[in-house]
Design a protein around this ligand. Structure first.
Ligand SMILES: Cc1cc2nc3c(=O)[nH]c(=O)nc-3n(C[C@H](O)[C@H](O)[C@H](O)COP(=O)(O)OP(=O)(O)OC[C@H]3O[C@@H](n4cnc5c(N)ncnc54)[C@H](O)[C@@H]3O)c2cc1C
Length: 630
């Protein structure tokens, strides 16, 4: 088989999908990109605050090793360490690559790249483009991919949705079934490797900071087809979003990176325990109380997000929320004009949606569902593993099906540090771009030899499902079911979890799954039928919701974003392990198993953000030479 006959399908055109497509096309591979939206509108375009890399231009003696240390500690030791280390080592090269592509990073007066601070680190390590970093990165990568489109190497299927992976009798990937979102036509695309880069599942919680097409349905469908889903219980709730009835708009961590402060009015009659277990008074009555600065003197407003969200919730539950509501102030009004200018795009969002000018008055914010640390399980042999070259990084347990970006589970463990996602998306994309050619070279058979009946059967399965959904005539409304699901998820599976509530939520989802069989659609037309499109997504969303809840129910400890007051400590003896969910085809339930976490460089230590200082961490067993994808 010649190289030209080898096709790759990339599902998703966000930062992860585009970097994968670019890397593959660069090597002469033909790539088909499938995306539910125009790739330039992928959710990555919403990313605000920045992208991390220890470029060390701020005279702080920063290094990728310290970045890796911060990331491992920030993720509460649940991330596999070789993947984290290599991502951090590659960070500076990724920033330089994006800079070369013309990404409009902010610069210092001397003309150097500028960096700001973000959560979970004491270093200025976040490169940024004002507060619209995702947009600038996405547009820069899009331009690169367009070059290959012009050369005929990349073909885009925008406004098309991934419905199913086509596998042969040995379970090897041979293509996908996709649906045109205008005429609802189903078709098969053939290839020997498929990359899933479909982003997060925020819509399961309905109100989140995510875009409305972040349904998680692609991963849900793959899970139903046998893909393992890892660490589903780890859902990040961001501390600072605008409370809203339709959607929760993010006020980026960059606001605090530039000096923004969280506060409520103090109440000296109240007290609470700080991170060291000491009782402290809740400020002076009637005066601003900068609670994170008091509770975590070392990191202040830039504690990791899991901690920030828990503290905001705790303060509000003590009745100290602003105007007696579940909200606290995020204040940037005291910042210099220059700093406010760097935040212009988010300050505009706040003003537009609340009518108040955050340059003059503090913003009212509350935590919101934001990101999924969990995702498709992917393999990740380390550089010095003896079997490094017999396995493939970023490949799921379905041979030939890779998973990258927010839709995979690597890199962030139990809590993602701010500005590490954009890095992991681009890095994962580049990695897939070097692993897939190797996978294809070693593959002895091709989709060209696959009997057409296999493709026909896959297509027929989706034709049947479409008929089934369009013909349901029950009393239930799919949007009402979604509201019900999301209320349960937000109430019981976000910042604070409780086993009784998780148990009830699990049963509720089973009930909703049953009722979903009895929906009836208001619109049965065959053109741009949004209700049908959503109804089709809702089935796999329900299955992922079950994974999230059951994984949370079983994990009896407190780690990162998974806070269970009944089990108030991290329990490394029993729970330093990755949760793996597998779909049980006979019952439709998740089967949960576990695998060990790779902690070869740094054994778990206490996660201290109250007193920690800048240190030169020692990572053990780091290989002398780590080949990077760029
Ligand atoms: C408001 C906001 C601000 C953020 N700011 C930052 C930040 O400053 N720094 C940082 O590091 N992280 C940030 N994040 C997180 C980060 O933006 C995301 O994790 C990241 O952009 C995800 O990129 P991705 O390529 O994995 O997926 P996405 O950008 O979400 O792209 C997914 C792609 O898949 C397509 N797709 C989805 N489902 C299907 C399907 N079934 N079939 C076909 N195509 C499909 C979509 O059309 C899209 O092209 C932010 C997140 C939010 C919500």
């Amino acid at each position: 088989m010649t190289k030209k006959e080898k096709q790759v399908i990339v599902i998703g055109g966000g930062l992860a999908g585009l970097s994968s497509a670019m890397k593959l096309a660069e090597q002469g591979y033909k790539v088909k990109i499938v995306s539910v939206t125009k790739v330039k509108r992928s959710h990555s375009v919403c990313a605000q605050g920045g992208i991390n890399a220890a470029v060390n231009l701020m005279g702080e003696d920063d290094s990728p090793i310290i970045h890796a240390y911060d990331t491992i500690k920030g993720g509460d030791f649940l991330a596999n360490q070789p993947a984290v280390l290599e991502m951090c080592l590659c960070g500076p090269a990724i920033i330089n690559m994006m800079d070369r592509f013309g990404c409009t990073f902010n610069r210092t007066p001397e003309g150097l790249l500028d960096f700001r601070r973000f959560g979970g680190t004491l270093y200025n390590r976040t490169a940024f483009c004002g507060a619209s970093t995702g947009q600038q990165l996405l547009y820069a990568l899009d331009e690169q991919v367009r070059r290959y489109e012009v050369k005929g190497l990349v073909e885009k299927f925008e406004n098309h949705e991934f419905m199913r992976l086509v596998m042969d009798e040995q379970g090897i990937t041979r293509g996908v079934v996709i649906m045109d979102l205008f005429n609802l036509k189903l078709e098969v695309l053939k290839a020997d490797a498929v990359v899933i880069a479909t982003g997060g599942p925020g819509l399961i919680f309905r109100k989140s900071t995510n875009s409305t097409f972040c349904t998680g349905a692609a991963n849900g469908r793959l899970y139903q087809q046998g893909m393992k889903y890892a660490n589903g219980e780890f859902i990040q709730v961001h501390p600072t979003a605008i409370p809203g009835s339709d959607k929760l708009r993010l006020m980026s961590e960059s606001a605090r990176g530039e000096g923004g402060r969280l506060w409520v009015y103090g109440d000296s009659s109240k007290s609470l325990l700080n991170a060291q277990g000491q009782s402290i008074v809740c400020g002076k009555t009637g005066e601003p109380w900068y609670f994170l600065e008091d509770l975590y003197p070392a990191f202040g407003n830039l504690v990791p997000r899991d901690i920030g969200s828990r503290e905001v919730l705790r303060i509000c539950e003590m009745g100290m929320g602003i105007d007696g509501k579940m909200q606290v102030y995020l204040d940037v009004s005291q910042l210099s004009e220059e700093k406010k200018h760097k935040l212009e795009s988010i300050l505009d969002i706040y003003q537009k949606f609340t009518g108040e000018d955050p340059r003059k008055v503090p913003m009212k914010i509350f935590p919101a569902v934001h990101y999924s640390m969990g995702g498709g399980w992917v393999d990740w042999p380390a550089s010095d593993d003896p079997d490094r070259w017999t396995r493939y990084r970023q490949m799921t347990n379905l041979p030939g099906c890779f998973n990258i970006g927010e839709s995979d589970y690597q890199y962030h463990g139990a809590n993602r540090l701010g500005a590490n996602s954009l890095l992991s998306c681009i890095f994962g994309g580049l990695i897939s771009g070097v692993e897939i050619p190797r996978y294809l070279e070693n593959l002895s058979s091709s989709y060209l030899d696959t009997p057409s009946k296999l493709f026909d059967a896959a297509l027929q399965a989706d034709i049947d499902l479409k008929k089934d959904i369009l013909s349901r005539r029950g009393p239930e409304n799919v949007h009402a079911l979604h509201y019900e699901l999301s209320d349960w998820m937000v109430n019981n599976v976000t910042v604070k979890r409780d086993n009784k509530d998780l148990e009830r939520t699990f049963h509720k989802i089973k009930e909703i799954k049953e009722r979903y069989q009895h929906i009836s659609l208001d619109d049965r037309s065959q053109f741009a039928n949004q209700t049908y499109i959503f109804a089709n997504q809702f089935g796999p969303m329900l299955n992922l919701a079950e994974v999230i809840v059951k994984s949370a129910l079983l994990r009896n400890e407190f780690r990162g974003a998974h806070f269970k007051p009944e089990y108030p400590e991290r329990d490394d003896e029993n729970w330093l392990k990755t949760t793996i969910a597998t779909y049980d085809r006979s019952t439709g339930d998740p089967i949960i198993t576990y695998e060990p976490v790779d902690t070869r460089y740094l054994k778990p230590i206490k996660r201290d953000y109250a007193t920690a200082k800048k240190i030169k961490p020692k990572l053990e067993n780091v290989p002398d030479h780590v080949p990077l994808p760029i």
